[in-house]
Design a protein around this ligand. Structure first.
Ligand code: ZN
Length: 530
């Protein structure tokens, strides 16, 4: 009896203990363990369940009964705030009738009680009555709250009378191009193309309250998906300051690697201030756009598009400006992260980085997307970090060859080639363009198929990643891309107690089962947040 009391008293009390788990530590040797203890937000011991339970006691013992635990997942490229803002608008995609549109607006407003309602996604071609709707029902339901809902393609909108009144538009307002639909000489509320601007001009910029709601809504979605750190690829100074204040007060718990939207003003402000690093926020990078996207033929290519004669796409920032940014950033401790899709944009950025970094040690400057690379340019990636989104490959695979032709497409979405050069690759989603779910990233990276098992043998499988590489890309390598590999990205003593519990073993299950994997719980700093 006495010895039992002594041994109990000798046990160190900790905040929590995970036992009987299959823990993928993602440490240097990628070994698995059964158990770990955490306290004060950090992992304090790892080992077998017996070893840990012999040494530690806790009121919070999480018996995993064989379930899988991975380090807290990181999305290395996403638009967290954008996702949150999207939650503040009514999603009308997939509606089967105008009545359903109205129902969704009503249900959304009941929940959100906004002073101004916006939404997007209706398409009258999906309805039984394939005619443009009118504002009549919205006028009855929302006599004093402005409602503006855009068509799925963004080329038409429906506004209620409260919104129209606010805009001052009447049937006699002159318009140049486009159309305001009339019925019996009165506005129906449908505005097509140019006159949409007159109505959209009154949409208020989000209030502080809306911004906070947006950030919290995004956080909730991310925690439910097992994400504990996200890299937001482009935030304003004001949004970063808001995030910081919410994190300081405990209102926002997710860890954020905030890329600052580039501008001369922002470079001056942030490089003068230096790196901003708290427990949950890391500001030390700028986001730059080199070119557009491949789908809309905006990506800058070295040779013309395969499906558009004499069309090369375009840079969205002039090359001399990109060089100026690079020279300025190279003088600071900040990192440069550039969106580059086409092989021309990739070449320009790789060359610009190499010139600016000459003589300096690897500063982990990143190319975001790195989608199409000229074979002769791959070697630049020996010193430049690729940050890619595997679901882009499986979203674009249906038409990428149309844009690029048979030869060039072979060097697109070339994740394995990129990994071979740098030795690491950071993985993300670019949500809300893609879904948030990191299991879809995992599946796209290893199987390179869509959710309908297409194509049967996978898309350009020579560029698939192994499961080990994929998990590293979502944890330790993503942490490295954020200069945070010493504090997170693996389950090791001294690191943050950020971890995700899964219902299946993603490293072992049938490939086809990967997308069905569910997150059972998410812990950040030792605290259960989902
Ligand atoms: Zn992006």
């Amino acid at each position: 009896m006495l010895s039992l009391i002594i041994s109990c008293a000798n046990k160190k009390n900790v905040d929590g203990i995970v036992t009987n788990a299959k823990v993928y530590t993602v440490n240097d040797t990628f070994n698995t363990i059964e158990s770990f203890a955490f306290s004060d937000g950090k992992i304090v011991a790892t080992g077998t369940s017996k070893e840990i339970l012999d040494k530690f006691s806790s009121s919070e013992i999480l018996n995993m009964k064989g379930k899988t635990v991975v380090p807290g997942l990181i999305d290395a490229h996403c638009h967290f705030y954008g996702l949150g803002l999207q939650q503040q608008r009514v999603d009308l995609t997939g509606t089967k009738s105008f009545d359903e549109v109205v129902q969704r607006v009503v249900a959304f407003q009941k929940e959100n009680k906004l002073s101004f309602v916006t939404g997007r996604g209706w398409d009258q071609n999906d309805w039984e009555v394939k005619e443009f709707p009118t504002k009549k029902k919205l006028d009855v339901l929302f006599p004093s709250t402005p409602v503006i809902i855009r068509r799925i393609d963004g080329h038409a909108l429906l506004a209620n009378q409260a919104a129209i009144d606010l805009s001052g538009v009447t049937t006699t307002t002159p318009i140049s191009g486009g159309e305001m639909l009339l019925k019996d000489g009165k506005l129906t509320g449908v505005f097509i193309d140019n006159p949409m601007e007159l109505i959209e001009a009154i949409v208020p910029t989000p209030s502080k309250e809306t911004k906070i709601k947006a950030l919290k809504a995004a956080e909730k979605i991310n925690f439910a998906n097992g994400l504990t750190t996200i890299d937001d690829a482009g935030l304003s100074k004001e949004t970063i300051e808001l995030i910081d204040s919410l994190q300081q007060s405990g209102a926002l718990k997710i860890r954020i690697y905030a890329m600052v939207s580039v501008s001369d003003e922002n470079i001056d402000h942030f490089t003068k201030k230096g790196i901003i690093k708290t427990d949950r926020l890391n500001v030390r990078s700028f986001k730059i756009y080199a070119d557009g996207a491949l789908g809309s033929r905006g990506a800058a290519l070295k040779k013309p598009y395969h499906d558009k004669h004499n069309h090369y796409g375009a840079m969205v920032t002039p090359i001399n400006k990109l060089e100026e940014y690079a020279q300025k950033i190279a003088k600071s401790s900040y990192q440069m992260n550039s969106h580059a899709i086409g092989d021309s944009a990739n070449y320009v950025m790789l060359k610009t980085y190499s010139d600016a970094l000459k003589g300096k040690k690897n500063k982990r400057w990143r190319i975001e997307h790195a989608q199409v690379t000229d074979p002769s340019d791959f070697d630049y990636f020996k010193n430049i970090l690729p940050s890619v989104q595997p679901t882009h490959a499986t979203s674009d695979m249906y038409w990428a060859e149309d844009r690029l032709g048979e030869e060039r497409v072979k060097n697109a979405y070339a994740y394995k080639e990129l990994l071979k050069r740098y030795g690491k690759i950071a993985l993300g989603t670019d949500y809300p363009i893609e879904q948030v779910n990191p299991m879809l990233t995992f599946y796209a990276a290893v199987a390179r198929k869509d959710l309908n098992n297409f194509p049967k043998d996978g898309f350009q499988m020579e560029n698939a990643l192994s499961r080990v590489e994929t998990l590293k890309g979502m944890t330790i390598w993503a942490a490295y891309a954020n200069f945070e590999e010493e504090e997170k990205g693996s389950i090791e003593v001294g690191k943050l107690a950020d971890f995700t519990i899964l219902d299946t073993d993603i490293m072992q299950i049938d490939e086809a089962e990967i997308p069905k994997t569910k997150v059972l719980a998410t812990y950040i700093n030792g605290e259960k947040v989902y």
